[in-house]
Design a protein around this ligand. Structure first.
Ligand code: GYE
Length: 326
């Protein structure tokens, strides 16, 4: 009798563990074992702008400081390459992957492949489509700025400077990327309440300086009466300033330029009176990224979004802060 009961209890216990494990591998987030030193992946999107370069430097510096090994890849502007990069990190057996997903949807398979392989993913600076993957279930967390708010703050500054009246050219970031989607939304939602503020044209400049210049050139030809340019990042804003000057217009006077990031060139353009303002988006993720990794390894429950707070640069503080800009 005793024996039989023990056997039954054991059998039930084993079955329960079995079920639990089955459920866990299909559903739960991979854990991270605490170690003195980690081998972590960082899958970067591209390196064609100072923001990306500053971010990579910050990640490399922090890994070096901790004696961790960083497996670094650069997707060179291709979401398909970035997926392949993540797969190669999985094959190399990294402990965790920091991923800056170039676009919201195409990087979902990479997130899921890492999860399936038992490797936790922390998203850096850009997010993935929230209907397809979720923090705490498919990846640990998203560390980054509130892009909707950045767009709103850019709109606020422009509306104020233009007394609520402007014909705006919008230079959008990479199509399908979370900062482009959200910076557009934040800006457009804000100006809805100001009927004098009109977006007359909106096109992607892929977050790149030269593409921004080319797109601005074309849109300025089609809309010579534009009075403002809102660029989703500083590199495109700098490109747009070049396009304005080439068209014989004075940036900062004939056409008011506003954007997001806080690069050295943008702060210089503000000092030179060619740009109104830029909303900060800080690229120096290293310390926060690795601190989050440590918290996760300790078994802490990580919030789904580790929010970066952003400053604001305009002529009141650009000269003072340019020394620290990247
Ligand atoms: O604003 C831009 C970069 O994803 C937040 O991407 C980032 C953006 C940043 O290329 O300059």
């Amino acid at each position: 009798m005793m024996l039989r009961r023990t056997f039954l209890a054991l059998a039930t216990g084993v079955a329960a563990i079995g079920l639990g494990l089955g459920g866990a591998s299909a559903q739960e987030l991979p854990k991270l074992k605490k170690k003195d030193h980690y081998k972590v992946g960082f899958a970067q999107t591209e390196s064609n702008n100072p923001w990306r370069i500053a971010q990579t430097e910050s990640m490399k510096a922090e890994a070096a400081k901790r004696g961790d090994q960083l497996v670094y890849t650069d997707a060179a502007g291709s979401a398909a390459k970035q997926v392949a990069d993540v797969n190669s990190m999985i094959a190399q057996g990294v402990d965790l992957i920091f991923l800056a997903p170039r676009e919201e949807k195409p990087l979902i398979p990479a997130v899921m492949a890492a999860k399936k392989a038992g490797i936790p993913v922390i998203l850096l600076d850009r997010n993935v489509d929230q209907s397809l993957a979720k923090a705490g279930r498919d990846y640990v967390t998203f560390i980054g700025s509130d892009f909707v708010d950045e767009g709103k703050r850019a709109a606020e500054a422009l509306t104020k400077a233009m007394d609520g009246k402007a014909k705006i050219i919008q230079l959008e970031g990479t199509t399908g990327s979370s900062p482009a989607n959200d910076r557009r939304k934040g800006f457009e939602d804000y100006i809805k309440a100001h009927p004098g503020m009109q977006v007359v044209a909106s096109q992607s400049g892929d977050f790149a300086r030269d593409k921004g210049r080319q797109v601005a050139e074309t849109l300025l030809q089609a809309h010579p009466d534009a009075t403002a340019i809102y660029a989703h990042n500083d590199e495109m804003a700098i490109g747009a300033i070049a396009a304005l000057e080439a068209a014989g217009k004075k940036p900062g006077k004939d056409v008011i330029v506003v954007s997001v990031d806080g690069t050295r060139d943008a702060l210089q353009a503000i000092i030179d009176g060619k740009m109104l303002a830029t909303v900060e988006c800080n690229p120096k993720f290293g310390p926060k990224a690795f601190e989050t990794l440590d918290r996760y390894a300790k078994g802490e429950q990580i919030e789904p979004w580790v929010v970066n707070t952003d400053r604001f640069f305009d002529k009141s503080n650009a000269a003072q802060l340019i020394a620290d800009a990247y």
